[in-house]
Ligand binder design. Structure first.
Ligand SMILES: Nc1ncnc2c1ncn2[C@@H]1O[C@H](COP(=O)(O)OP(=O)(O)OP(=O)(O)O)[C@@H](O)[C@H]1O
Ligand SMILES: [Mg+2]
Length: 638
């Protein structure tokens, strides 16, 4: 064996299995030895090793109970399908005597099936997924530099433990105050030299008092860990809360001490406070490949963070394809999604990879109070074939359906439309199109009404936008729809009065968010409006939003809509009835057409006595619609 070969460690669940492993004959292959019991490895088995002899490899044998908590374990990878208890006597040897193979030639390209972990906890998943970032932060801390990490809340406890331990520093952690303030404990007594401590402290004040104490106790071997700096001292610049001011003073007051603080991506930390940290590291989503620290190898995420059982549950599971469906999730959420997917498909006979992806999508929608799984497809939209074709091309680029030659792949980000603005009269299917796009992308969708985004307080609208986008990334692939986009994205010139200045800030925030898009976390923004002329031109630059007109349906589109809705409600429009309705409804929108068939359906099923949907009845409904419209017009003119 050459020196480049690493040792493997085989883990047995108990003494008996460990003893069985020790008794393995030296000449059998690693594959055969490992297949003889419930053995696991601390690293994926290197390709081809399964075919080497047990004696050559002489693995390190470990007991599972003695491993440090958090050690990921891997099922052995086999080159061929091996029975759980291989009957060695059944395999004829090269001499035909029934002796096991000794010198079995490795196949030219060994099939590397499962370098997947057998089991994986959320903390292990976090440490594996963010291995590079953790190493980077640990080396900064070792160099006695303070770091501000922007990361989602669920991963924070796993991150700081590993970062501090790899940096060789003891963590002094600022803990959250207990939920219930009345814990019966005596209030902390002020010490001599302390600023006056109020007798009754609220949780934030107690946290501050604790922080003061921790900072005072720091030394060269410790790192101060603040898990949620944004909650402790959040807010925008220029309006520092008293707490934020105090935290800022406290942390700046100990410049020689090493600090590690965390903030959530959607919340902001005042700049004066952020400046206390020499470096800012942003950790979002999961990486495409995972880097093994002890093993210079890269593994696709779908292999490193998905267990053998999970991968085997879904037929045609592809670890490379997997990434696209979870790119924006954090590792903790990803593990929860996988557990959920396995439990949902527990009793299904043969789920396939596609089922896994739809379940992940449903999970994201469930985890988010806002995002949902759309139920509209392109088939539910009649007409507008050109718009459909145009949108399909864009989706193909966003989703990476077209393989580009490697030398052009860097152009992909430049080809991706960041968003669309659908403009046209009301009821023409703009929202419908947005939902169908989300469905085509296998994406989750959030439809927000523009006015809802606009807050009353300074900075509130921007924060709403930041939160929407942070959640959109987590749920990627995702589509964010701003209905009545003109209400938030109006032209700057429209806002010359000070009162509506927030409009500009919101546009700026949306642009910032859109400029930060990563192609591997597909998030598409769609604005819909009836008044394109009001939209800020900055948003209409070709690299940002592409505007697409969705006008009133033409004759052909109306006819198609009529057959679509008629079929949906089970109403007969044969014998030219469809054409009559189509011509009567010239100038009307899709919503009107839909309402004709909805009304006919209601009359046929819920009216007493029921009115069957005959051509005459349909004619009456269309007539009523026309009259109503004329009345509306007249009252509108008045
Ligand atoms: N092209 C179409 N094909 C089938 N149905 C349509 C079409 N366009 C509109 N509809 C019907 O009209 C309803 C309303 O459409 P939608 O909400 O998408 O309109 P909109 O353009 O977003 O309107 P608004 O500008 O008022 O928000 C849909 O639920 C659907 O029933
Ligand atoms: Mg709409």
């Amino acid at each position: 064996m050459t020196t480049s070969v690493r040792r493997i460690s085989v883990v047995a669940p108990d003494e008996a299995w460990l003893a069985a492993l020790r008794r393995q004959p030296p000449h059998i292959t690693v594959e055969q030895a490992l297949a003889s019991g419930p053995y696991l490895l601390t690293l994926p088995l290197p390709p081809g090793w399964n075919l080497l002899s047990w004696e050559t490899v002489s693995p390190e044998l470990l007991l599972q109970t003695e491993l440090p908590h958090g050690t990921p374990l891997y099922a052995p990878a086999y080159a061929s399908t091996v029975p759980a208890q291989p009957d060695l006597t059944k395999r004829p040897g090269p001499d035909g005597t029934g002796e096991p193979h000794r010198e079995q030639a490795p196949p030219e390209t060994p099939v590397y099936r499962h370098p997947q972990p057998a089991d994986l906890h959320e903390d292990q998943a976090t440490v594996l997924a963010y291995g590079r970032d953790i190493a980077q932060v640990a080396s900064l801390l070792r160099a006695r530099l303070s770091v501000l990490v922007v990361a989602e809340k669920p991963v924070v406890p796993h991150l700081w433990r590993e970062m501090a331990s790899r940096a060789g520093l003891r963590a002094e952690v600022l803990e959250e105050p207990p939920e219930n303030d009345d814990d019966g404990e005596p209030e902390e007594q002020p010490r001599p030299g302390d600023p006056l401590v109020p007798v009754q402290q609220n949780p934030r004040q107690r946290l501050l008092a604790r922080l003061r104490e921790l900072v005072r106790g720091l030394n060269d071997d410790t790192v101060l860990v603040v898990q949620h700096l944004d909650l402790l001292a959040g807010g925008a610049d220029g309006q520092l809360s008293p707490e934020a001011r105090e935290v800022t003073e406290l942390l700046h007051g100990a410049p020689e001490r090493v600090m590690l603080a965390f903030a959530a991506p959607s919340l902001s930390v005042p700049e004066v406070l952020a400046e206390r940290f020499s470096t800012r590291v942003t950790i979002t989503g999961v990486p495409r490949t995972v880097w093994f620290r002890d093993d210079q190898e890269e593994q696709p995420l779908g292999r490193a963070l998905v267990t053998v059982r999970e991968a085997e549950r879904f037929d045609r599971y592809d670890p490379i394809e997997f990434y696209k469906h979870v790119a924006g999730m954090n590792p903790v959420l990803l593990r929860q999604a996988m557990r959920y997917a396995v439990s949902v498909h527990k009793d299904h006979p043969a789920p396939v990879a596609r089922d896994l992806y739809s379940t992940i999508r449903a999970f994201k929608a469930q985890m988010s109070s806002n995002f949902e799984v759309p139920d509209v497809g392109f088939d539910d939209i009649a007409g507008y074939d050109e718009v459909k074709a145009h949108i399909q091309r864009a989706i193909d680029i966003v989703m990476g359906h077209h393989r580009l030659p490697p030398e052009h792949d860097h152009l992909r980000t430049k080809l991706i439309p960041r968003g669309f603005i659908f403009h046209g009269p009301p009821g023409t299917g703009k929202t419908l199109f947005a939902k169908a796009i989300a469905n085509r992308m296998n994406a989750t969708i959030l439809v927000v009404s523009g006015p809802e985004v606009m807050g009353t307080y300074v900075g509130e609208s921007e924060r709403n936008v930041r939160e929407i986008f942070a959640e959109a990334r987590r749920n990627a692939p995702s589509v964010v729809v701003f209905d009545e986009f003109d209400s938030i994205a109006s032209r700057r010139s429209e806002h010359s009065d000070g009162g509506t200045r927030a409009g500009n800030a919101v546009v700026a925030q949306i642009l910032t968010e859109m400029d930060g898009f990563r192609p591997e976390v597909p998030t598409l923004v769609i604005g819909t409006t009836n008044r394109l002329n009001l939209i800020d031109e900055a948003l209409l630059r070709p690299s940002r939003f592409e505007s697409i007109a969705i006008d009133l349906p033409n004759d052909e589109a109306r006819l198609k809509m009529i057959s679509l809705h008629a079929a949906k409600f089970g109403i007969d429009v044969s014998g030219g009835v469809d054409e009559l309705i189509a011509s009567a409804l010239r100038g009307r929108n899709g919503d009107d057409i839909h309402s004709v068939f909805r009304d006919a359906f209601v009359a046929a099923h819920f009216q007493d006595p029921p009115v069957p949907p005959t051509p005459e009845q349909l004619g009456q409904i269309v007539g009523r619609l026309q009259r109503k419209r004329r009345e509306q017009r007249r009252s509108g003119r008045r």
